[in-house]
Design a binder for this molecule. Structure first.
Ligand code: NAD
Ligand code: WQD
Length: 360
């Protein structure tokens, strides 16, 4: 298939591009550059062994998007393009509504105009708010706790309404839990601007000496060790799920909503210790007040993704930490770090991922 990947220069989108190319699909990236580096292109091309088209286009720019659709005749769209910082969304809600909701509406209009009717949407576990029960199933109650979360909830609803109005339109809503890690080559990974909002990139920056210690938000939750529990998922597993979701949507000719998580909860301190083992670095930390709005424990019931797509996460927390560290150590300044001639030696990968990435 020829696939438009909106936001494909970002963290998760770039990994999805590698997987899609390894399965023989053709990708074209549209990315505004609001949270990505143009340098990802060279690295992606090295990973897929072929040219990749990256267009600096904002999905809200209807004219530029119409030109892309007219040039390439896409079979499907993967929609990663969004702003994603929860704290920033509370300070600048309108920017988030404009970019994430306005962007989704404009993209759906461009798709409709071009007659492209298959969409894979990057949703989030944030749509469950503070879930009353774990593991969280897809039929749990939905709730927005902040403007970012609201954009994901509204976008899911807009897409659902469009599917109701046009019975030829198919959409897959993928609700990611906590994506971490990097491509095992160390060539692409997460490159946050400024101070990281999320736990894993913060740990990585402590490990390379960019920050002196981690602040653990809360040590008095009713969890295994008092720290918050989340469902961390390797970004390569997530990338595989996108290809599986797209291929299932086409073959079964139906839309769906699934959780993408491992089904296993890991506490902040368990992740810190796993990272220390994987990297050989000490991660100094102090336990501070809880972060407002945080839940004690959130992890997925991933059974539906397995049932529909045959997808199950393959990488464990040690592999997530190993690959996150590999990326950070090879690229202490993210994409501003010089591209090395040869990727550092690889450690073993799960069999399924090896097979799927073999073409990359
Ligand atoms: P990212 O910021 O690395 O990638 C998003 C990409 O979209 C960036 O390259 C950015 O430049 C681009 N973009 C943003 N607005 C755009 C616009 N209007 N037009 C074109 N390009 C635009 O983020 P990510 O972590 O790769 O997340 C990808 C998607 O997954 C997002 O929709 C995010 O909300 C969702 N998500 C992320 C997480 C997470 O923890 N990383 C969890 C759940 C869901
Ligand atoms: C994980 C755990 C923190 C940083 C967020 C978004 C969610 C989704 C994924 C996009 C929590 C603790 C963190 C730190 C810490 N994104 N922590 N010190 O909050 O589960 O989810 O990212 O859709 O919408 O809300 O992830 O990585 O921020 O936090 O102790 O410096 O780590 O309290 O328990 P979260 P996170």
């Amino acid at each position: 298939m020829r696939i438009l990947v909106c936001g494909g220069a970002g963290y998760i989108g770039s990994h999805a591009c590698v997987t899609l190319c390894s399965r023989g699909h053709h990708v074209v990236i549209a990315d505004s550059g609001v949270n990505s580096s143009p340098r990802v292109l060279q690295r992606l091309q090295r990973l897929v062994g072929a040219p990749v088209s990256l267009h600096r286009v904002d999905i809200r720019d209807r004219r530029a998007m119409a030109a892309l659709f007219a040039t390439y005749h896409f079979d499907a769209v993967l929609h990663f393009a969004a702003l994603k910082a929860v704290g920033e969304s509370c300070r600048k809600p309108l920017d988030y509504f404009d970019n994430n909701i306005g962007g989704t509406i404009a993209l759906l209009q461009s798709m409709q105009e071009a007659g492209v009717r298959r969409l894979v949407f990057s949703s989030s576990a944030t749509v469950y708010g503070d879930p009353s029960q774990v593991p969280v199933r897809e039929d749990a109650g939905l709730q927005a706790l902040n403007p970012y979360g609201r954009t994901k909830l509204v976008a899911e609803q807009l897409i659902e309404d469009l599917c109701r109005a046009d019975d030829r339109f198919r959409a897959a809503n993928l609700r990611y839990f906590n994506p971490v890690g990097a491509h095992p080559s160390g060539l692409i990974g997460e490159d946050p601007c400024g101070e990281p909002n999320n736990l894993m990139p913060y740990i990585c920056q402590v490990a390379v000496g960019q920050r002196d210690h981690l602040r653990v938000f809360g040590g008095d939750y009713p969890t295994v060790d008092g720290t918050g529990v989340r469902d961390y998922i390797h970004v390569v597993d997530l990338a595989q799920a996108h290809a599986d979701a797209l291929e299932y949507m086409v073959s079964a000719d139906r839309g769906f909503t699934v959780n993408l998580g491992t089904g296993r909860g890991i506490s902040v301190l368990e992740l810190v210790h796993a990272f220390e083992r994987a990297s050989g670095q000490r991660i100094p930390y102090e336990i501070v007040e809880r972060r407002p709005g945080d839940s004690a424990e959130v992890f997925a019931d991933p059974a539906l993704a397995q049932q529909l797509l045959g997808w199950r996460a393959q990488y464990d927390v040690d592999a997530m930490c190993r690959d996150a560290w590999h990326w950070q150590a090879m690229n202490p300044q993210g994409y501003r770090s010089p591209l090395r001639r040869a990727a550092a030696p690889r450690v073993e990968r799960p069999r399924r991922a090896v097979a799927r990435l073999a073409g990359a």
